[in-house]
Design a protein around this ligand. Structure first.
Ligand code: FAD
Length: 448
């Protein structure tokens, strides 16, 4: 009898322990289920649906090369899997473990039929705990504990063959799912992304050549100094253990990169301990903070029309390409939460819908970290100054690339054209002054 390979955010053949175990055991039925109910508000967002379409297409092609197929089904994951077992006579499901709360619930509901494998993180969550057996709340201690268990073992090779069942169950077609935007098609700028396992490895190879410079370059949004691996990692087109082994060396750049890569593992630990971290303040006293509700300010932020060039460039990069540079993510997030005093959850939701790399753990933990509402030690009162950040990290080229109204503004004025007395056509005035915003935020948090 065949076994089912349940793929989720692990669309790869290399270093895929669930696939290796399944192929070793019997004929394999690989299935991907689009489940828009179980995650509730955290169902896959619009930008990510675009990416998912390309990712599934690429993954189906690589299975086909191996004489296998990808079965597509839609509906409640547990119900679909149980029905598929009945129809095909399969008695076992192999899958890689995931930590999002809805996946954990589904994994539990499948009980003994499900055989879980670790493979999407540098280490399983339960292997990196404090002396008391809890998850770390402070990143530096987490990193120390994780680093002791590195390097990871060799990645598993792609199985030579993936035995096919005598009969294939029915499958939806990818086009049926209508994952791509139509009216209007906002995805033209997304063509910077190449989905799939081969593309993920090409991205690692590109980055390997510049990894030594990562320590300094990662903060400069005007250049491509980071790995651009986040959607590949989210969908598991490459394993982080594989990346760790490939990006090798003793230089500071490589060390800093590995430390960033390990943040994914840290956020997984946080959502295991606090599954509703995307919806609830890590520090409950922040429930008392009186956020402003201003639809027009929120819209100005979303559309990149705040009058702060670095913020506007970031928000427009997000809209046109589905991704933002990490330094700029911090700046725009801090701006929404502190300058506009709008609840971090509004920004988190917008990111969720617009990012090709939207990830339950990474998004919520980083938003709460910037907001200062989280379990880790960052403070609400740490307010980023967007204009000096823009200057310090040399964002002129970046601003010109994403804010066409400012294309002809000279370097000296581009970070703060208003202050420089330069009023480019159609570019809005600042939505609020920096000092005023800072005072308002500090006053609001005083009552908490
Ligand atoms: P690199 O710098 O090359 O890092 C390599 C990989 O390490 C990344 O692909 C990512 O998987 C991991 N990584 C790096 N930094 C972080 C971090 N701070 N937290 C967690 N993982 C990290 N990342 C997401 O993958 N999904 C999200 O939804 C997400 N939301 C964010 C929201 C905010 C407000 C902020 C400040 C950051 C968020 N990040 C998120 C983290 C980070 O910005 C991106 O992972 C990074 O910009 C991706 O680009 P890269 O692959 O070139 O990164």
């Amino acid at each position: 009898t065949p076994v089912i390979l349940w793929v989720r955010q692990d669309l790869r053949l290399r270093d895929q322990p669930a696939l290796v175990a399944a192929a070793h055991e019997a004929s394999v039925i690989p299935v991907y289920i689009l489940d828009d109910d179980a995650p509730g508000t955290w169902r896959i967002g619009a930008a990510q649906r675009w990416y998912l379409h390309q990712a599934l297409d690429a993954f189906a092609a690589s299975l086909k090369d191996k004489g296998s197929r990808l079965i597509l089904r839609q509906g409640d994951g547990v119900t679909v899997l149980k029905a598929l077992m009945k129809d095909t006579g399969a008695t076992r499901i192999h899958a890689i473990r995931h930590y999002e709360p809805w996946w954990r619930k589904a994994e539990e509901a499948l009980g003994d039929a499900l055989c879980l494998h670790d493979g999407n993180y540098l280490a399983p969550v339960e292997d990196i705990t404090t002396g008391a057996g809890t998850q770390y709340k402070v990143y530096s201690s987490f990193w120390k504990a994780l680093a002791e268990q590195m390097p990871p073992g060799d990645p598993l090779p792609v199985p030579h063959t993936i035995p096919a069942p005598e009969q294939w169950p029915a499958s939806d077609t990818l086009a049926d799912w209508k994952l791509l935007p139509t009216q209007p098609d906002w995805s033209t700028g997304f063509d910077i992304w190449d989905a799939g396992e081969d593309a993920a490895h090409r991205a690692v190879d590109r980055f390997a050549r510049i990894a030594d410079d990562y320590d300094g370059d990662r903060n400069l949004p005007s250049i491509e100094g980071t790995a651009r691996l986040s959607p590949h990692l989210h969908f598991g087109e490459i394993s982080p253990r594989d990346i760790w082994r490939t990006i090798d060396g003793r230089g500071q750049g490589v060390q800093t990169f590995r430390k960033e890569l390990a943040w994914r593992d840290f956020t997984a630990g946080v959502i295991v301990e606090l599954p509703d971290y995307a919806d609830a303040n890590g520090r409950p006293r922040f429930d008392q903070l009186r956020w402003r509700s201003s639809k027009s300010d929120l819209t100005a932020w979303q559309q990149g029309r705040t009058g702060y060039p670095i913020v506007d460039a970031g928000m427009r990069q997000l809209w046109t390409t589905g991704w933002i540079h990490n330094r700029v993510r911090m700046i725009v997030a801090s701006f929404l939460v502190k300058h506009l005093l709008i609840d971090w959850r509004e920004g988190e939701k917008w990111f969720w819908d617009c990012l090709v790399d939207a990830d339950y753990g990474n998004n919520s933990v980083n938003w709460q970290w910037v907001a200062g509402t989280g379990v880790d030690s960052n403070m609400f009162s740490r307010i980023m100054a967007p204009l000096s950040q823009s200057e310090r990290f040399d964002a002129a080229g970046y601003i010109r690339a994403f804010v066409p109204e400012l294309r002809d503004v000279p370097d000296a004025a581009i970070h703060d054209p208003e202050e420089a007395g330069c009023k480019p056509n159609a570019y809005p005035a600042k939505i609020i002054g920096h000092r005023e915003a800072r005072e308002r935020a500090l006053a609001a948090v005083k009552n908490v």
